[in-house]
Ligand binder design. Structure first.
Ligand SMILES: [Zn+2]
Ligand SMILES: [Zn+2]
Ligand SMILES: [Zn+2]
Length: 257
């Protein structure tokens, strides 16, 4: 009987110690920097042992505020400005070179400003004003692949692919960082993409687009989306189109009284 009690006691001690060992401290995030929870030294991404103090910890993903879309405070401020100066806003858009048939899209964009929306389509999920700022090189410039992109999207927004939500935060204004699969897939997509010349033939172009499409669909809302290469834009990042369009609208609104 005594040995049974002794074994049970020993077992309890083992279980308690194992549980204690399993419940390690989590990595500490300061902004987008992962730090050791014991010594606060910066740690390698996705690591579970600190190279400085050699102690173990648990890796944990983090969330940071999105800077690619409007906050509710900014959205309300801009919306109020547009509504109070509707005529001046329309005139400023025309002054900026927006053609008559493209105006309704931009007006709808401005009248439905809201936090977490895609900066390119403003939430409609549609390819707003095709051709506008898409002919020149530089900001918003296009490559020979542009007509193909138009075909693939079939009227849908070339940044959010039709969801209407900001591609970086997926609409909730929080961007997930530190997820290993997002980084792994980004490296894979970049490597595979570098081996494909999309200008060689349509199959190659299609394969290259598929890489982008799958990445954005699988990882929207994660920080790595910011680094994905554009398919048809001279600016190198996929998200740049949305940032440029958002800057454009904001600058016009800010000129209003
Ligand atoms: Zn440490
Ligand atoms: Zn969009
Ligand atoms: Zn966002």
């Amino acid at each position: 009987m005594r040995w049974i009690m002794a074994s049970l006691g020993l077992l309890t001690v083992i279980v308690v110690f194992s549980l204690a060992a399993l419940d390690q401290k989590n990595v500490v995030w300061v902004g987008d920097e992962p730090l050791c929870p014991h010594c606060r030294h910066e740690v390698t991404e996705f690591a579970s042992v600190c190279t400085s103090c050699q102690r173990a910890f648990d890796w944990k993903i983090n969330e940071v505020p999105c800077d690619a879309c409007l906050s509710s405070r900014d959205a309300r401020f801009y919306l109020h400005k547009v509504q109070a100066n509707a005529e001046a806003f329309e005139a400023a858009l025309q002054q900026a070179g927006i053609e008559k048939e493209q105006l309704p899209g931009f007006l709808e964009y401005a009248e439905s400003l809201k936090e977490g929306r895609c900066g390119y389509c403003g939430g409609s999920g549609e390819w707003l004003a095709p051709g506008y700022q898409e002919r020149t090189t530089g900001d918003g410039g296009i490559t020979e692949l542009y007509p193909l992109m138009r075909d693939y999207m079939n009227g849908k927004c070339p940044v959010c692919f039709g969801t209407g939500r900001c591609v970086l935060c997926d609409g909730d204004r929080m961007v997930e960082i530190g997820r290993e699969s997002a980084k792994r897939d980004l490296l894979r997509v970049s490597k595979m993409g570098a081996r494909i010349d999309p200008l060689r033939d349509e199959r190659s172009a299609g394969a290259k687009f598929q890489l982008l499409d799958a990445y954005v669909r699988n990882h929207r809302g994660r920080g790595e989306v910011r680094k994905v290469a554009s398919f048809d834009q001279i600016s190198e990042r996929h998200i740049e189109r949305a940032l440029a369009r958002r800057r454009f609208i904001e600058e016009i609104i800010l000129t209003l009284p």
